[in-house]
Design a protein around this ligand. Structure first.
Ligand code: ADP
Ligand code: MG
Length: 451
C-alpha cells in the first residue's frame, strides 16, 4: 500500500462501517462525498465539500466518526474536517458564455409541481378556515403590501397545502412569478447550491420573485444554516415587496430549534390558524366530494362521518373514501347507514395500533428528525433539555405504542430498567400538563400511521 493512499483507505473502511450506522439520506448527503486527507500522529483529517458539511458533521456525527475511525485504526484518534478545493459536480455542468467568462447555472431542481385540484374553487370556506381563507384572497389583491408574510398554521390535514397551492395557481394565472416549494425541498436545494458553489445564483432566484410560498416550515427545525439563509432572502423580499406565505403545523415559537431572527420574521406579518373542521364545514366538504362520485350517500351518513371524524379534513376524506370503497366492493349504488357503520368499524380496527413494520430504529429516527438532532444523540449520554426530551418521547412511544418491555427499551437505549422507568414516569406526568408535548406526540403518532 502506498503511503499516500493510507488515509483514503482507512477512511474508506470507516465509511463502510458508518454506512451501517446512519440513515441512507444522511449518509448520501453528508458522508458520501468525503475523503481521507491525512493521518499524522493522533489526528485524522477528513476532507469535505464545503463548510456547511463540515459544521454539520462536527456538530452531529463527531463522536460516532471518532469511535468508528478509532476502531479501524486500533487506537484513539481525533478527527478534523477540512474543506476540499471545489470541483464542479458532474451533474451540474458550468455553462460558458461566448466571451469565455464563466457563468454558473442556478441549481437545477425539479420543477415545482402544484397539485391541480388544490384551487380556490375546490376549497370549501367555513368557520374553521374563514380567516385564513380571507387572508389568502387578500394577499392576492395586494401582494407584498399588507400582510407580509402570511403565516398559516394548523394541524396536519387541515388544508394548509391546499390553500398554499390555491394562492400559487391564482397568482400564476394573474401573471405573477411564483415560487412554491416545501421547506424540505428548499433545504435540499440550498445544500446542492452550496455544493456546486452556486449560492449567489440560488439567492437571486429567490429574491426576485413576486411570490415565495414555502410549505411546512417546521421542517427547518435545527437546520441552522438554511434558516440563516432564509432570513437573508426574507429581508430582500420584504424590501422588494415580494409576498411571502409560509405554512407550518405549529407556531414558530413551538418549533424546536428555530432561531429568533427567523421566528420573529415569520410572525411579523399576519398569523392565521386553520382549525380542525367544524360540523357544518365538514358536511359541506363531504357533500362536495360525494358529488364527484357515482354513489348516493344520504345526508344521514354524511352527518355521521362529520361527527365521528373531527380532527382533520384529511381524516374526514379518508373515512368517506373508505365508505365509498366498501359500497363499491359490495356492488351497492347507495350507502346505507349500517353499511357505513360496518366500513368505519373495519377502518378503526385497522387503525388502532401502529404498523407492525414500524421498527424501534424508525421510531428513533423520526423522533430525532422531529427534534432536529442526530439519532446518536438519543442513544448517547447527552443530557441537555432537547436530548432528554427526545429520549423520553422515544421511550414513551416504544412503551405505549409498541408495548416493549422496560428491559427491551433499556437494551435499545443502552440504559438500565430503572432509568427507563423513571423517564417513562416523568414524561407520562408532563404530557398531562404540557399541551405542546402532547401535541408533538400526537403528530409523531400520525406520522407513523401514514408510513
Ligand atoms: P395539510 O397541508 O394541512 O396537512 P392538506 O392541504 O393536504 O392539509 O389537506 C388535506 C386534504 O383535505 C386535501 O385533500 C385537501 O384538499 C382537503 N381539504 C382541506 N381543507 C379543505 C377545504 N376547506 N375544502 C376542501 N378540501 C379541503
Ligand atoms: Mg401539507
Amino acid at each position: 500500500m502506498q503511503i499516500i493512499d493510507m488515509p483514503q483507505k482507512i477512511w474508506q473502511s470507516a465509511l463502510e462501517q458508518l454506512q451501517l450506522q446512519v440513515s441512507k439520506p444522511n449518509f448520501d448527503t453528508w458522508l458520501k462525498d468525503t475523503k481521507g486527507v491525512s493521518f499524522e500522529k493522533d489526528s485524522f483529517v477528513v476532507g469535505v465539500p464545503n463548510a456547511f458539511v463540515a459544521e454539520w458533521l462536527r456538530e452531529r456525527l463527531n463522536p460516532l466518526i471518532r469511535r468508528t475511525l478509532s476502531n479501524v485504526i486500533g487506537r484513539t484518534v481525533d478527527v478534523q474536517f477540512t474543506v476540499l478545493p471545489g470541483e464542479p459536480a458532474p451533474s451540474q455542468p458550468q455553462t460558458y458564455a461566448d466571451g469565455g467568462t464563466t457563468t454558473k447555472t442556478p441549481p437545477r431542481t425539479k420543477p415545482e409541481r402544484l397539485k391541480i385540484s388544490y384551487t380556490f374553487e375546490t376549497f370549501i370556506p367555513g368557520e374553521c378556515n374563514r380567516i385564513a381563507y380571507a387572508a389568502a384572497l387578500e394577499v392576492l389583491e395586494s401582494p407584498g403590501a399588507k400582510y407580509n408574510p402570511l403565516f398559516i398554521y394548523g394541524d396536519t390535514g387541515t388544508g394548509k397545502t391546499h390553500l398554499l397551492h390555491a394562492i400559487a395557481h391564482t397568482a400564476r394565472s394573474r401573471g405573477f412569478q411564483v415560487i412554491c416549494t416545501t421547506a424540505e425541498q428548499f433545504t435540499n436545494q440550498y445544500v446542492l447550491a452550496l455544493k456546486n458553489n452556486s449560492i449567489d445564483e440560488f439567492h437571486d432566484h429567490f429574491r426576485n420573485t413576486d411570490f415565495l410560498l414555502i410549505d411546512d416550515v417546521q421542517f427547518l427545525s435545527g437546520k441552522t444554516q438554511t434558516q440563516e439563509f432564509l432570513v437573508h432572502i426574507f429581508n430582500d423580499l420584504y424590501y422588494n415587496s415580494g409576498q411571502m406565505v409560509m405554512t407550518s403545523d405549529c407556531l414558530p415559537k413551538t418549533i424546536p430549534a428555530v432561531n429568533n431572527k427567523l421566528g420573529s420574521r415569520l410572525v411579523g406579518g399576519l398569523v392565521v390558524r386553520l382549525s380542525p373542521p367544524d360540523f357544518e364545514t365538514s358536511v359541506a366538504i363531504l357533500t362536495a366530494k360525494t358529488a364527484a362520485s357515482n354513489t348516493v350517500v344520504p345526508s344521514e351518513v354524511l352527518r355521521l362521518l362529520a361527527t365521528q371524524f373531527k380532527s382533520s379534513v384529511r381524516e374526514l376524506e379518508g373515512a368517506l373514501n373508505c365508505v365509498l370503497t366498501y359500497a363499491k366492493l359490495s356492488g351497492a349504488s347507495k350507502v346505507e347507514t349500517t353499511m357505513a357503520l360496518q366500513a368505519l368499524a373495519d377502518m378503526s380496527e385497522r387503525k388502532s395500533s401502529l404498523p407492525a413494520a414500524l421498527t424501534p430504529k424508525l421510531v428513533i429516527d423520526a423522533v430525532a428528525t422531529y427534534y432536529g438532532i442526530s439519532p446518536d444523540v438519543i442513544l448517547g449520554k447527552q443530557r441537555d433539555k432537547r436530548a432528554t426530551l427526545a429520549r423520553q418521547v422515544v421511550i414513551y412511544l416504544l412503551r405505549q405504542e409498541k408495548h416493549y418491555s422496560l428491559t427491551e427499551i433499556g437494551n435499545l437505549l443502552n440504559r438500565d430498567d430503572s432509568t427507563i422507568l423513571r423517564n417513562l414516569q416523568r414524561i407520562s406526568q408532563s404530557i398531562k400538563t404540557d399541551s405542546d408535548l402532547s401535541h408533538s406526540i400526537e403528530q409523531l403518532r400520525r406520522q407513523f400511521r401514514r408510513k
